[in-house]
Design a protein around this ligand. Structure first.
Ligand SMILES: CC1=C(/C=C/C(C)=C/C=C/C(C)=C/C=O)C(C)(C)CCC1
Ligand SMILES: [Fe+2]
Length: 314
């Protein structure tokens, strides 16, 4: 039975809360940062610390293969086929693909965060935490998020803003109302811990420029938690693994994804050639559509791996 050690989960929560409070404070003092500078600030941490948690999927394939049967080659073929299907879907229905990607991401972030709940925390806490990196930037920086979405969809930013602005406000309101409900369902002795965690995370998600907010959550919360789960699970399995081994096993797929992204960026014939920032538009498309393509098989694989085995050892 896979399980994350309770003390490890709690320790990560404490660190994540402190890092989030710090990031929130930095956000208050930060002058406005344009999207190009945000992009350069996040590209290396996202590629190295974020992407690599997906690069470790071969380790999960190994575990899932043992538990559910079929060969590594079959699992890998399924993974690649899902990536190809996602590319086709993005080309065919980009708007639906973007909405689906945001929804899938919330689900994927939430199931990881659910493993790190404080004692007595309701599962809704995981959903509130997992939705913050998407809802926070939409509510806090709708203009920049609309610009990024417009680049992904090759649409007029003003048109996209007409949707992102009300959507961000409605979603944030829904988030706040859900927080009240979830707090009522949480064990009274855990309420202050839960509230502190969610408010500490909400601050940088709302206040940081959107790409910085995303990178913070993706690298420091999601990816780290995923690696902790992986280490916890592998330590209990026969194949004892340490951090260095894990890094070595995650490196080839991570490097492959980076090279593939670099090639796509290079061959891309910018649809925004009339824009001064055409390179940035292409880079944003490569990074986020690339993440979407990887997220579909990654999220399904992680869900298969976690369900119904992982839970915090209380
Ligand atoms: C596109 C885009 C966003 C969403 C990115 C998402 C949702 C990434 C998900 C990555 C996943 C799920 C990786 C796998 O573990 C933001 C941040 C709202 C800002 C505006 C541009
Ligand atoms: Fe993930």
């Amino acid at each position: 039975m896979h399980a994350i050690n309770f003390a490890t989960a709690q320790r990560h929560r404490v660190w994540a809360v402190m890092a989030a409070l710090f990031a929130g404070a930095v956000a208050v003092w930060l002058p406005s940062v344009d999207l190009a500078l945000q992009f350069w600030m996040i590209v290396i941490p996202v590629a190295l610390f974020g992407l690599s948690h997906g690069g470790a999927d071969p380790v999960i394939i190994n575990a899932v293969k043992v538990a559910r049967g079929r060969s590594s080659a079959q699992w890998l073929a399924g993974y690649v086929a899902l990536m190809a299907l996602t590319v086709a879907f993005i080309v065919w229905q980009p708007t639906l693909a973007l909405v689906g990607f945001l929804g899938l991401s919330i689900w994927h972030f939430a199931i990881t965060d659910c493993m790190f709940l404080p004692k007595g925390g309701h599962a809704g806490v995981g959903w509130l935490s997992g939705s913050l990196p998407i809802i926070g930037p939409m509510a806090g920086h709708p203009e920049q998020v609309a610009m990024l979405f417009a680049w992904l969809l090759q649409q007029d930013p003003a048109l996209v803003m007409n949707i992102v602005l009300p959507a961000g406000r409605v979603l944030m309101l829904g988030w706040a109302l859900s927080l009240v409900v979830v707090m009522a369902l949480t064990r009274p002795s855990s309420r202050s811990a839960v509230l502190l965690e969610l408010c500490a995370l909400a601050a940088p998600m709302l206040l940081l420029p959107p790409l910085l907010a995303f990178a913070f959550y993706f690298c420091i919360v999601h990816s780290l938690r995923h690696f902790l789960l992986l280490l916890g699970a592998e330590r209990q399995a026969i194949n004892a693994i340490d951090v260095r081994m894990l890094a070595r096993r995650a490196a080839p797929a991570t490097a492959g994804a980076i090279v593939l992204g670099g090639i796509s960026w290079w061959v891309m014939n910018s649809g925004a050639a009339n824009l001064e920032s055409a390179w940035l538009v292409d880079a944003v498309r490569v990074v986020f559509w690339g993440l979407a393509v990887l997220t579909v098989p990654h999220a399904l694989l992680v869900a298969l791996w976690i369900a119904p085995k992982h839970e915090v050892n209380h």
